[in-house]
Design a protein. Structure first.
Length: 247
């Protein structure tokens, strides 16, 4: 096990949790079993992120495009979300985890939205790691909704067009108050963002790992953090090289 003592641990890590279905198919199991195994990985990942000092962990749980999947799979995913919140909320609250939910809430099912709101309200005052759950989330949808709000403010005279700055846009997004991700990880070997945090990820480091999400272990997470720690983040300028996270 690597020794996680470096100050180069990213403040905010975002993860595209990909590969549940392929994990199940490779074992001759229903896709739903891959999703269930993936929930166990979520628990382990939150625990690891807390232990190494990550302050914000964003997980891409359900995209706005995932509704096009077979109805049975969508229903199972909704059931897993409800089970996760009902079973894990007390533990997360006890461990001082703060929960934020990003994504479009306007058309969520009546049995889902109250649980998401409860998770946020119950943990609002917690001061530990912030677990950001991207649910019914798509970056283009998020940007569209933000632009519509800004356009309404301009039309109604509350805002001048020249006052629309990058900072104003950021403050209008679902992630308002959350720092941009330093690192975005995608599992399963796929190498694309899939409509995830397109604005916020403008300067994020990207790491694509071969492990399917259910196989994304503590060791794989630490290895990704070590790779991040060796990157030079220049933001268009120059930066000194950083040190590795572990030994």
């Amino acid at each position: 096990m690597q020794n996680l003592t470096s100050t180069t641990v990213p403040e905010h890590v975002a993860i595209i949790m990909d590969g549940n279905g392929r994990w199940a198919n490779a074992r001759g199991l229903p896709r739903t079993m891959g999703h269930r195994k993936g929930v166990e990985t979520v628990r382990d990942t939150v625990r690891t992120a807390t232990e190494v000092g990550v302050r914000y962990l964003t997980l891409f749980a359900f995209s706005s495009e995932n509704w096009s999947r077979p109805a049975a799979e969508v229903s199972d995913l909704m059931g897993l979300l409800k089970t996760f919140i009902r079973r894990d909320l007390a533990d997360l609250h006890r461990e001082n985890v703060r929960i934020r939910v990003i994504g479009d809430r306007s058309n969520l099912r009546g049995d889902i939205l109250p649980l998401l709101v409860e998770a946020e309200e119950t943990t609002r005052a917690n001061t530990g790691i912030t677990l950001v759950i991207a649910f019914n989330y798509g970056a283009r949808d998020e940007l569209t909704r933000a632009m519509q709000r800004l356009a309404t403010d301009v039309a109604e005279g509350r805002l001048r067009p020249e006052e629309i700055t990058p900072e104003r846009i950021s403050a209008t997004l679902d992630t308002s108050g959350i720092p941009d991700p330093d690192l975005i990880i995608r599992t399963s070997g796929e190498e694309r963002l899939s409509n995830f945090l397109l604005w916020q990820g403008a300067y994020s480091e990207l790491i694509f790992v071969p492990e399917l999400w259910p196989d994304f272990s503590r060791e794989a997470f630490v290895a990704a953090l070590n790779k991040y720690a060796c990157r030079e983040r220049r933001f268009g300028g120059l930066a000194e090289p950083t040190l590795a996270v572990g030994s």
